[in-house]
Ligand binder design. Sequence first.
Ligand code: C5P
Length: 403
Amino acid sequence: MLQHKRILLIISGGIAAYKCLELIRRLRGQGAAVRCVLTKSATEFVTPLSVAALSGDKVYGDLFSLTDEHEMGHIQLSRDADLLVVVPATANILARMAQGIADDLATTVLLATDKKVMAAPSMNVRMWEHAATVSNLGLLRHRGIEILGPDSGDMACGEFGEGRMVEPTDILAAIQAHFTDEGRLNGLRALITSGPTHEPVDPVRYIANRSSGKQGHAIASALARLGAHTTLVTGPTRQNDPSGVEVVHIETAREMLAACEKALPADIAVCAAAVSDWRVAQEADQKIKKDGATPSLSLTENPDILRTLSQPGNDRPRLVVGFAAETGDVIEKAMPKRANKGCDWIVANDVSPETGTFGGDTNQVHLITKTECESWPKMSKQEVATLLARRIADQFHPPAAAE
Ligand code: C5P
């Protein structure tokens, strides 16, 4: 519940602005007080009247309104909020935030605030991938702004790709997690692996897999949000480095293991990476030419990072969580894997192509512990991450019994 929490929504002018209305309704349903600042272009997408009706408060928009500045200056708007959420966050407002531009009420409040800020980007895939946006996001993350999403999928402009705003339920979950779980993992260290590994064949070719890194990166974000000192060891992915997380980029399984061992000791380890089981035994030091005989590759087994981290010893994290990506009979296959690897929990999921899990935004997982198997409904990878992080926090600090 968000009783007595004061959320300031900064609504900028993207096509996803209409989704704010549902977010406001859900936030208020949870007991939060919602106040909204609209940019000028936001008013082209949602009317101040509907925002005011749903939020139950006046809508703010004009920096130079003398009455507003007298009654409720931009500083006061920030002072009166517990959390600021920019939703949708267009490429334009992200750029203005990154550069510290304050040319309307929305950006002035954002520059004047010392409160936590979240932003849910929403834009066309080309704008999302533009070098300017990439660099602005890097700056914002570095400053501790939490970036929610975006998802990929069909866009209002008729294209397909990354840049679609996450759903209001995901934004609500992140807001709830911020308030309920804040600081629960303070003082603990977490180590996460994510993404695929690339195993070189020769200087230009490699063996890889389809892992996007979305789930592992989301888990690193969720654990960091709860206060854990988090290190993410990741193979090559298109994911941005999450805010507040120490990120180590590697390519091969052996590099991943070395980086993990360097990050120890840790209290929590979550191995979500899709590590290549094999590597080429003898990497060619020159590009293999096509004009000779068709080459055959001799493979050798890679180190198993999860099994290594699970081994008893002084450096063993107190909680080691593995993933089991299976096709068909997921639970039956994952249960012995937990025991076999020696980890404490295993998160099992079906990665059959028809599930769209690999590379997709949703996941349906089963949490297998030594004593239980719990099946979670299909949800976004961010929600899986939030729930898993919460379960991990329960393990270290059991929640107080309800009265
Ligand atoms: O054996 P399998 O690859 O199915 O196991 C999956 C789990 O083991 C995942 O948690 C994955 O991150 C981890 N793993 C690993 N190192 C490997 C292979 C898998 O850490 N070489």
